[in-house]
Unconditional design. Sequence first.
Length: 576
Amino acid sequence: MVTIIETASVFPNPSRLTIQTIEIATQTTAIRCLDWDRERFDIEFGLRNGTTYNSFLIQGEKTALVDTSHRKFEQLYLELLTGLIEPIKIDYLIISHTEPDHSGLVKDILQLAPNITVVGAKVAIQFLENMVHQPFKSIIVKNGDRLDLGNGHELEFISAPNLHWPDTIFTYDHKTGILYTCDVFGMHYCDDHTFDENLSLVEEDFQYYYDCLMGPNSRSVLAALKRIEKLEISTVATGHGPLLQNYISEWLERYQTWSLEQTKTESFVALFYTEDYGYSENIARYIAHGITRTGVVVELVPLNNTEPQEIRELVSQASGLVIGMPPQSAIVAQTALSTVLAAAHHKQAIGLFESGGGEDEPVYPLRNKFQEIGLTEAFPPILIKETPTRATEQLCNEAGTDIGLWLNRDRTIKQIKSINTDLEKALGRISTGLYIITAKKAEIQSAMFASWVTQASVNPLGVAIAVAKERAIESFMHIGDRFVLNVLEEDNYQGYMKHFLKRFPPGGDRFAGVKIYPAANGSPILADALAYMECEITSRMDCGDHWVIYSTVQTGRVAKINALTAVHHRKVGNHY
C-alpha cells in the first residue's frame, strides 16, 4: 500500500512537496520525499525533472533508519515517521553519507531519539559531530563489517569512498537482498512510481546524473562495483529517484561500461577542492563536468581530507591539475597545497579557481608559482566574488572543456592526419549545408557553427543534428530544450563562419558584434541568416564522440526566397 501526503513548501521559491511510503520488502518501508518542482541547486539538476529524497526503515528485532531527508521536508517527514514508529524505538540511524540533502534531519532525529546509535564511516561520524554539535552514540563501520537487527536482517556495510562524498557507504540486507546506495545509481527524476518501471523514460536522467556526479570518480565506481559483484541484489534502494528493481543488471552494466571507458584514457586531471568551504565543491563539479565531456578522466580530491602521500602520487601521475583555493587558515589544506606544488612538473596543464569562501588563498601568487615551474595554463583563473550563477556554471564547464581539449591535442592531430583509408575518403564526399545553432537558457546564450545537419522526418517536421560531446552548446541540447537553427547563405556565410569558428575564452560572449533578435522560444536569430527554424529537442542518441539530436520544427521563415544555402564540401570523413 502506498501512502501519499502533500503540502506546499515554506522555503523560498516554493515548490510542490509530497511524501510517499510503501513497503518494499519484508519489514522494510521506503519513505520517499518528492520535490516535484526542484529545478537545480547543483549541476546534476540540469534536466529539471525534480527529484526525490529516499529514506528507509528496517524493522527486525531491532530497528534501523537508513538516512533522513532534506530539511525542507522537516514537518512532513517527522510527522510521517512518528506515525510509522515511535522514534524512541529506533535503535540505529545509518548514515550513507553526510551530504545535507540526506542528513538534514539528523539533529531532529537525535532530539526525538536521544539513545539512538548513529552508524557510519569514520569520516561520516567526524563530519556529523561538527554538524550537530551535541554528543551522540556511534558505531564506526568499515568495509565488510556487519550489524544484526534480528529476524534475519543482517546488514553488511560496503565502503564506497568518493561516490560522490568521501564518507559514502552502501548497506546490504542479507534477508531482503536490498542494497542501500544513497546517491550511487540514483537520478534526479520525480514521479509517483516507486520503481524503475520504464527504462526508456528515465535512462537519460540516469546517465546525466552519472556524468555529473559519478563519472569524475570513475575509478572509485569500478572499485565499488567490484565489492558488490557477488551480492544477490533484489533491489537497489537509491537516495534519489526511483528504486531500481526491474532492470538492475542493465543499470549496473551501464555504470561498469561508462567507467571502464573513462579509465581507458592515459590522461587524467587531478581536481583539488576544499570540502565545506565556500563554493569550492560546486565549482569543482562544474569544471569536472566540462572535462569529462572531452573523454578525459577526472579525479576529484578534497585537499582537507586526503593523505599527503596520496596527493603526491596523484599529482605525479596526472596530466593536468585544477586547484580550488583553500582557506588561508586551514593548516591541513595548506599543507596539501604545498604537496601539490612540490610534485607538479612542467609537462602538466594547470587551472585555478577561487572558492568564494571569504579567506581564499590568493590565486595570482599561486598562479605565478606554477608558471615558474613551467606548467601550461589551460584557462585563466576563475574568480568567484559572489554567489555562482548559471553564467558561472557555463564558464566553469567551458574551462573544464578547454583543459580536456588541451590534453587531447596530440590525439586530435593524429586523427586529422590519418587519411589513408578509402573509407574515410569516401565518407568525406558526403556534403552538407552550413548552419549556426543558437540557444538560450535563462540569462545564458550559446552558439555553434554546424555542418552535420539534415532533415530527419516529414510528419512531424524534424531535423537531426550531430553535436560533439565537448561542445559548449551541448549543455543546451537536452530533451525539452529549444534552439534556433540558422541557415547560412551561399554568398554571405564567410563572416559568420570566421566569427563562430574562432576560439572563445571560457564564458566568452559568442554574440559580441553580431546582429541578433529574439525568437519566440527566446533563442537568438541571426539577423542576416538566409532562413531560421525554431526547434524543440525530443530525443538524443549516443553516437560515440557525438550526440545525434532529433528535434521537431515549430516554426520558421526564409529571408531570401531565391538564395541558396551555403554548402560544405570535404575530402575526408575523420574531421569536419
